[in-house]
Design a protein around this ligand. Sequence first.
Ligand code: GTP
Ligand code: MG
Length: 193
Amino acid sequence: MKITSAEFIRSAVSPKDWPAGNFAEIAFLGRSNVGKSSLINSLLGRKNLARTSNTPGRTQAVNFFLINNKFVFVDLPGYGYAKAPKTVRQSWGKLAEDYLSRRENLALCIQLIDARHPPTQLDLQLDEWLANNSKPSIVVATKSDKLSANRLFKNLREIEAALSSERVIAYSSHTGKGKEDLWSAILSAIGNA
Ligand code: GTP
Ligand code: MG
């Protein structure tokens, strides 16, 4: 996939901040620290367009990025950061749920799961919510470079069994594994924009 431009549009803390326009949107979802921002950077071949950090819960707003002047990547706040105060956790959940349930130009949800671990309770809840609300979605297992091939194979089958999605794409933002597969899933969701 050739990226001719990738620019940060804005950060939204409520629906009134969402950008206008009818570009198809691809949303990246997953628990805090699972690797959402890294995945976005890796797909785009940009170093730090979406800010990454070792501190979980860093992305606290919905961040929009315009790609090739044709479609939009949406970095949603991570969930499940236990140390965050309850009010903060609730407002993150609300931000994401508002976005997912109300955004009309949402073309694909990419749910990220850490390849090293079974899906958490919150991962399962999100998966169920996406399925119940008929949201087009795919699952990506992140940080696959941290596992042996055998272990990865085994964990992918476990993740597939636990979630409603039929296929899980193994990804590594460090090595680029899974990049082509994920781009083809994205392009087919947006009708090859
Ligand atoms: P929040 O914004 O806090 O929700 O986190 P996030 O999901 O955006 O995670 P982020 O991309 O900031 O990555 C969190 C940590 O995981 C960073 O230290 C990354 O370097 C590391 N990481 C992300 N992806 C990979 C990967 O594919 N492989 C390895 N080994 N580390 C990764
Ligand atoms: Mg992030």
